[in-house]
Design a protein around this ligand. Sequence first.
Ligand SMILES: Cc1cc2nc3c(=O)[nH]c(=O)nc-3n(C[C@H](O)[C@H](O)[C@H](O)COP(=O)(O)OP(=O)(O)OC[C@H]3O[C@@H](n4cnc5c(N)ncnc54)[C@H](O)[C@@H]3O)c2cc1C
Ligand code: SF4
Length: 334
Amino acid sequence: MDSFQFSRPTTVDHAVQLGATSATAQQSAEVRFVAGGTTLIDLMKLNVERPKQVVDINALPLSMIEATPNGGLIIGALARNSDVAQHPLVQRNYPVLSQALLSGASPQLRNMATTGGNLLQRTRCVYFRDTAHACNKREPGTGCSAIDGHNRMLAILGTSKDCIATNPSDQNVALTALEATIQVQGTKGKRSIPIQDFYLLPGSTPERETVLEPGDVVLSVTLPPPAAGARSHYLKLRDRAAYEFALTSAAVVLKVNGSRIEHVRIALGGVGTRPWRSVEAERVLQGHTADAATFRRAAEEALKDARPASENGFKVELAKRCIVRALTMSMKTA
Ligand SMILES: Cc1cc2nc3c(=O)[nH]c(=O)nc-3n(C[C@H](O)[C@H](O)[C@H](O)COP(=O)(O)OP(=O)(O)OC[C@H]3O[C@@H](n4cnc5c(N)ncnc54)[C@H](O)[C@@H]3O)c2cc1C
Ligand code: SF4
């Protein structure tokens, strides 16, 4: 690991000022914020991240988990994943988020990992994490070792000829189905970004993963009030039952009146280059009968643009079954 300067600001303004001295907030940033450190420190030890300055943001007042006046929820960027997962308001109103968080990593990691850090965790593509291999995301223009290499875990939706890496987060899939908004403070003040607009597709610039600019500090995530009468479920399919990233996952929010679907949101994990909202599947479901045939039609629609690589073709059918199963399970929740 290279040597670096270390600072611990006590105000968001100061953190923004320190972050703004970096030329980029994306790969190769010279300044990095550290929260729980469970992504950043690993990548620094691997020489994948080589910031000249590390800014510890843990002294900032961003740990809240509170109801908002409109009946929604605000989660501070420094709220730990375990605190969010166990919070009564989350368990009661947004069980899909609690389930997603509890399906990730290990209890020890969740005690450290934060909401903001989880939003910005990096891909687990093995070539990204190993500097001996070419990787367009780590070093633009060097090539993608995964496309003709080991790509079993990688994406089938939203890929490009330059990168097929997945966004590995469980939290972000649930936040996408819940239509979260992310509050950010940067050099030009505060702004709110719908999660749907927060992540970028890789295209020809896979090193750019989000819309964040130098100095931007994630302050919080807000959730709209839960849809009255809606149920939700997170289903994660993986190689082993714990401590493993998703091969595919589905977060669903579903409200059924009689047998008619009145409200539905679907997001997928483990298959997309960003947390993957499927408006196509939602369109098939909205207003139709909640039964196995409709669920399967929605799943087919969600995966119709899938472009598998050499080792991950199995994800297409697995993701379809995951969607059908998650929808079915959500009908059974209390
Ligand atoms: C062994 C292992 C297994 C794991 N398994 C899973 C899993 O199954 N599912 C899953 O979803 N995740 C998993 N994870 C990933 C884990 O969830 C993330 O590492 C964690 O959420 C990152 O949060 P953090 O606070 O530690 O981030 P940090 O490492 O502190 O930061 C991560 C990135 O976010 C930036 N950042 C952090 N906070 C802010 C902020 N407020 N504003 C701007 N930038 C910020 C940092 O600069 C850094 O670039 C696993 C991790 C490990 C090590
Ligand atoms: S898939 Fe993306 S992250 Fe993985 S080697 Fe290719 S460019 Fe790098």
